[in-house]
Every structure is written in structure tokens, then in C-alpha cells.
Design a protein around this ligand. Sequence first.
Ligand SMILES: N[C@@H](CCC(=O)N[C@@H](CS)C(=O)NCC(=O)O)C(=O)O
Length: 208
Amino acid sequence: MEEGNQTMKLYSHPMSSCARRVRLALGLKGLEYECINVTSPLQDPELIKINPMGYVPALVDDTTVLSDSYAILLYLEEKYPQHALLPQDLIKRSINYQVASIVSSSIQPLQNTNIINYIGENVGPDEMIPWAQYHIRNGFIAIEKLLANYAAKYATGDEIYLADLFLAPQLYNAVCLYNLDMTEFPILLKLNKTYCEIPAFQQILGET
Ligand SMILES: N[C@@H](CCC(=O)N[C@@H](CS)C(=O)NCC(=O)O)C(=O)O
């Protein structure tokens, strides 16, 4: 194989919402990749060599090694511009950045498995689900408001963009793992229904 033409490798876990963001983007962009499923990310020596945080996803693209889904998505967007992940319109772009940031910094880290397990061990097992629900709900309140003037078929219009890639896996966690009552989030509920009807999304979100 020619140099610079190797298949990308994605270190992943089937249930990782962060890895799902990247897998959805790779699919949309029609990029081939080898998916390396890591059973226990935080304890996997091969993954830790690549990402000292011990988190998935991590991407190896030829000589480039990257971790953190947000950074990976922006890298993919610049290197492989097919199926743009950001709209042309600056305001809509900024909504996409905001949704991605809320999910990646104010929701997901607070409901990551290691945090939920920590809560279970140090606060009490009955607090695990309410803790996750509390933090997801706070983030969703902000996102629901943010999308009020922009949501159409998808989060910021009739095309799938970055915000959708962050929202679909987070909505899956909220509804399927943490049983969050979604009645106060009509926009997010509708988006979730739409994502669940897209076969490529169904395949990735349905993996356990
Ligand atoms: N900010 C990072 C967070 C990565 C992260 O938290 N990954 C989780 C899965 S979504 C993980 O590997 N957790 C390992 C564990 O809890 O065992 C990103 O967006 O990639």
C-alpha cells in the first residue's frame, strides 16, 4: 500500500457515545476505517500509548494520531471535506459549535461510566441514575432553547451537521440508558425519533 494511503484506525468501544460521534461522521463522509474495539479503555495499554487519557475514541490516520472526538471531527472535516459537517451560514455554524461544546463538556463527562461508577461507590448506588439524569437534563434545557429557532428536520436545518453527531448518541444515552423523561424537550424528542429512523445511525446507536 502506498504511503499516506493506509486505512484509518479508530480505537472505539461499541457503547461509547464519543466514539459514536466519530463513527457517524466517518460513515457520512464515506471514509473506510478499521474499528479497534477496546474492552476496558482506561486499562488498555495499547490505547494508553496512543491516548494517555485512556479514553476512546482515538484515531490513527497515516502518521497523524489524534484523540478527543471534537478534535477528531474538526480534523476529519478539514482533511476530508466531502459531506460538510458545518453549514456555510455563520450563525448556524456557531449553533453547531455550541451544541457540540455543551454535549462534550457539560453533559457527557458528567455521565461517563467512570463518574457514574464513582458516584455509585462513594455516594450510593441509588444516586447513579438521578446524577446522570440531573446533568443531562441541565444540558438539554440549554440545547432545547438554543435550537428553538433553527431546528428543522435536523438540529440546524435539513442537513446533518456536527450538532446532530453530538446529539444522536447523547439522546440515545438519555433515553435508553438513563430513562430521562423527555416530555419537556419536544425538539430533542423529535430529533431523536428522526435519528432513530436513519439506517446508518440505527446501526451504530443500536450496538451494545
Ligand atoms: N472529550 C473526550 C471524552 C472521551 C471519553 O470520555 N470517552 C469515554 C467513552 S464516551 C471513555 O473512553 N470512557 C472510558 C470508561 O469510562 O471506561 C472525547 O470527546 O473524545
